[in-house]
Design a protein around this ligand. Structure first.
Ligand code: SF4
Length: 333
């Protein structure tokens, strides 16, 4: 069977697991095309108006897979960490898609809910196995194989400091030196935001490409081990139960407290409640306790690249003014 996986949302986090799991059970995995104008246009047409940009883009990726696959995998993700939740939009995603897109192929919408503990992952994989008509022994073999690949992927992120799109695309080696070694004329920027925003070259208007071109070192939440993220959340007055927001705030606090970065870029989606709250908390902390530059970039379907570049250029100019970098950033990319 051909199983389609939209190249959006949790693709950037769980694709290695899903790919190996389905392939081990004898299926072909087909990815949607990289995000492009057509996918965005389709997503806007099909999705409800008030959804955030990543959800609209996801609709476009589903449309891109139609006619190419037998089934589309759209898990109902409720929780990926014990005692924490994911944004509710993930929970309702299979329903949104069914209601918005006509003539869909079959949708596999297995629920992933680890709120009550990591061991619930077995409920998830056994349900997947049931949907695919596979017995539990074969499911377990596929699960452990997929888990091994997923752990390798996470090792590459946190230990080799590579980024998901480099590993998943397998197109280039990360410029490891840009991340690891702070040369005298280099700055290190903390790049915050949802992985499905910052690593999607189209949505983020090539932000990572532009930083690399400018020879700026950057670090993202995906490169930070969980222990350090949790360390960063310790000073919060309340425990956060939103996994994605906690990851962003924990990373920001961890690096701010250790004065390991020269500036922060926060990439947010227009229409995202968690993003606006998280961005504001980080900005307030910086204003209160630090003097490092902070840039908030809001992404929506109407954002123009020239304006985006101008803001990025201004931010880099501020860093340059502090004596960190030498070259100007072209407003034309
Ligand atoms: S966390 Fe924000 S950007 Fe992500 S799906 Fe939810 S509303 Fe959209």
């Amino acid at each position: 069977m051909k199983i389609g996986i939209p190249r959006a949302l949790f693709y950037y986090q769980f694709y290695p697991f899903w790919k190996i799991f389905f392939e081990s059970l004898g299926h072909n995995v087909i990815l949607s095309s990289p995000t492009n104008k057509e996918i965005l246009k389709k997503g806007i047409e099909l999705c409800v108006d008030d959804a955030c940009l990543p959800i609209k883009i996801f609709h476009g990726h589903v449309a891109d897979l139609m006619g190419k696959v037998d089934t589309i995998y759209i898990p109902r993700i409720v929780s990926i960490e014990p005692k924490e939740y994911i944004c509710p939009k993930f929970l309702g995603l299979p329903d949104m898609i069914r209601n918005s897109i006509p003539d869909l192929p079959c949708i596999m919408d297995t629920e992933l809910n680890l709120y009550r503990g990591k061991s619930k992952i077995f409920d998830y994989v056994f349900k997947l196995g049931k949907d695919l008509n596979v017995n539990k022994n074969r499911v377990l073999v596929a699960y452990y194989k997929a888990l091994k690949t997923q752990k390798q992927f996470e090792y590459q992120l946190t230990r080799e400091l590579r980024i998901p799109q480099d590993i998943l695309n397998e197109t280039r080696q990360i410029q490891k030196d840009q991340v690891l070694e702070k040369k005298p004329s280099h700055i290190k920027v903390l790049l915050l935001g949802h992985n499905y925003n910052i690593y999607d070259d189209f949505i983020s208007m090539g932000l990572i490409r532009k930083l690399r071109k400018q020879n700026i070192a950057f670090i993202t939440s995906e490169m930070v081990v969980k222990k350090n993220i949790l360390e960063g959340t310790k000073k919060l007055s309340k425990d956060m139960f939103w996994t994605l927001g906690k990851k962003t705030i924990g990373t920001a606090h961890y690096f701010l407290d250790r004065k390991k970065i020269d500036g922060i870029i926060h990439v947010a989606s227009f229409g995202c409640g968690p993003d606006s709250l998280v961005g504001e908390l980080i900005e307030k902390k910086i204003k209160r306790d630090y003097t490092i530059p902070f840039l908030s970039l809001n992404l929506d379907e109407h954002a123009g690249e020239t304006g985006f570049n101008t803001r990025l250029e201004a931010f880099l100019d501020v860093l340059e003014g502090r004596g960190y970098i030498e070259d100007n950033f072209s407003t034309y990319g």
